[in-house]
Design a protein around this ligand. Sequence first.
Ligand code: ADP
Ligand code: MG
Length: 320
Amino acid sequence: MAILTVENIEKSYRIKKDKKRTKLMAVHNVSFEIKKGSCVGLVGESGCGKSTLGRIINGLEKADAGKILIDGVDIHEKSRKELSCRVQMVFQDSYDAVNPRYTASQIVEEPLKNLTKLNKTEREEKIRKHLSEVGISESEWNKYGMEFSGGQLQRVCIARALAAEPDLIVLDEPLSSLDVSVQAQILNLLHDIQKEKELTYLLVSHDLEAVYYLADVIIVMYGGQIMEKIDSMDYFNRMQHPYTRMLLASVPGYEDAGGERENNRTIYKDMGTQLEGFMGCPYCGRCRFATERCWNERPVLQEVEKGHYIACHKETSHAD
Ligand code: ADP
Ligand code: MG
């Protein structure tokens, strides 16, 4: 059963480029589902539309077209409060995400005040429970947000998300601003609480390796579009989109994927592949396999084997 259904989401922003008004296609025709209790990893480098999609799912931003369904119901039929009870977010920069004048307890109490009818004593009990769950010891419950290290404050933010008792947590680059040693601890924590509470995650990251550890499904995005999707981690070794291969080459143990790695000397220029009017593949400006067709025709996501989808003319031309 899908807890979240993302259907043909489109989002563009009006921008100015070279003094001309144009539109930047931040998310193009993105569709996928998340099954209850699973983790979908959404991977791609900065600017590919991950956060925009996360904000749309969380109702913080409105799509130009398409639908977001939670348990089959359009999120726009739900009130802000109803949606917050189902979907919570954890952001990259925890210092930005909290009120620095709040203590850890007050940070976790916020959703309890806003979303539940619990009285003070009941709230305190929940605060203790959730802070303990994320490994914040009692001596730190009254520390202020800004007094915590990045990793500890991210734990508090996770506790705040848990306090709403949501079904789905959108984790938007939850590890990116943390030291490498701390990243592993937070990743372990996310793993443990997911299993314990049967939570559903959308894990947004530019780091394929981090996603590999938690995800059941991987979606690779580039330039607002899904480039590759695997519905089972059994296909991880067979991911083959030129862009995915390039990302894979930076994962230890997968350096061999570097056979198709980007030529480092290729100076990538923004070739406007995300701007209004461009009809080709968003990745074509960087792809060493790009042909005329790639510049002119946007590849659509096609199933190349059961549960494995690719949007690439090179990989799917035999199936045309
Ligand atoms: P990611 O999270 O993958 O780094 P974003 O979703 O933040 O990517 O952004 C996708 C694209 O949309 C980027 O090119 C970004 O510059 C652009 N963008 C995001 N928000 C806005 C906005 N409010 N106005 C104009 N452009 C935006
Ligand atoms: Mg982002």
